[in-house]
Design a protein around this ligand. Structure first.
Ligand code: HSE
Length: 338
């Protein structure tokens, strides 16, 4: 399958590494031979019809010279121009989240969809701002829209939800959806680290957004909640509908006080009829009490009770794995339609 990849940050680079490292297994287990026919970052896009060598792409990126990649047949100044000219099966969006207008991701996804490419995105911006419109366009053009890595990093939250709802109905979603803030709160609780020091560590570990205020202000959690609400609860909702409080005001004293009560402070997102994000004190033995950058999501169902999934919610390889999972799903649908 021919891939166009936008974004070579922590997630994009991890994906290129995984494509190289898992090349043989992907062919053996899924009949999936992946060719990166175009890849771009903010400096521009390089393309090659027969597929660019992943190791060479990583090397050029490391040297800050992606545009000078020797084997490239064509070069474009930006991804929109590349999408007009390159033929591919899947457009992968691993660009950073922008929640003001979702750009440039929104325009890239739109263009790729109109050109008949299936979409695999880990960019939360466009989906949080315009999920119903993007899903409708994909459906009209008959392309797949997959976004597993937008929620829960490497853990298959959306797939788990689909299974929970297969013979039942999910009525409420609640959980810890942001690795960075969970890491900060855990460090404040366990090691007494200050907010600023813990945030710096989360950034160094590659958990935080390029703009970390998205994490600490609760906006990243809100984006994920909107995506879950649309995909799982079938609500046509956007970021503007979420009531959001971040963790900036949480003090070391409050963390200690909660501990004395046998509780922990967590940034919880909750979606049922309403969508809210706010720091809450939950019992230390609650299934949502996960540590470090872990995420935990609990689905309440009408008939079968509550189901919780926990796992690593952020990180390059974790999120890149979710992208590969989506790419495999696209391949399997293409096969089933032949
Ligand atoms: N900044 C996000 C987090 C990355 O910390 O959870 C994963 O979406």
């Amino acid at each position: 399958m021919r891939l166009v990849l936008a974004g070579l940050g922590v997630v994009g680079r991890s994906l290129v590494e995984l494509i190289a490292a898992r090349r043989e297994e992907l062919v053996r287990y899924y009949g999936l031979a992946l060719r990166i026919v175009a890849v771009g970052d903010r400096s521009g896009v390089v393309a090659g019809r027969h597929g660019l060598n992943p190791e060479n792409v990583l090397d050029a990126k490391r040297r800050g010279r992606l545009k000078e990649l020797g084997e490239a047949e064509t070069r474009f100044s930006d991804m929109l121009e590349a999408l007009d000219n390159v033929d591919a099966d899947i457009f992968i969006d691993a660009t950073p989240t922008n929640i003001k207008d979702g750009e440039p991701s929104y325009s890239m996804i739109r263009k790729a969809t109109l050109r008949g490419m299936n979409i695999v995105t880990v960019n939360k911006g466009p989906l949080a701002l315009a999920f119903p419109a993007i899903a409708e366009l994909a459906e009209r053009r008959g392309v797949m829209l997959r976004f597993s890595g937008t929620v829960g990093g490497g853990m298959p939250v959306l797939e788990f939800a689909k299974e929970c709802a297969r013979a039942d109905e999910i009525t409420q979603i609640e959980g810890i959806l942001n690795g960075t803030t969970n890491y900060i709160l855990t460090q404040m609780e366990d090691t007494g680290l200050s907010f600023a020091e813990a945030l710096k560590q989360a950034q160094d570990k590659g958990y935080a957004e390029r703009d970390p205020s998205l994490d600490v202000k609760g906006l990243d959690t809100a984006c994920k909640l909107v995506i879950l609400a649309n995909a799982v609860l079938k609500l046509k909702t956007t970021l503007a509908d979420v009531n959001i409080t971040g963790i900036e005001e949480v003090t070391q004293e409050e963390v200690r006080e909660a501990k004395r009560e046998g509780k922990v402070i967590k940034l919880i997102g909750r979606a049922s009829d309403e969508l809210t994000v706010k720091p809450e004190r939950i019992p230390a033995n609650d299934t949502l009490n996960v540590k470090e950058a872990m995420n935990a999501v609990r689905f309440t169902t009408r008939y079968s009770g509550r189901h919780t999934i926990t796992g690593r919610g952020a990180g390059g390889y974790e999120t890149a794995t979710a992208i590969l999972r989506d790419v495999i799903a696209v391949k399997q649908r293409v096969i089933s339609e032949v």
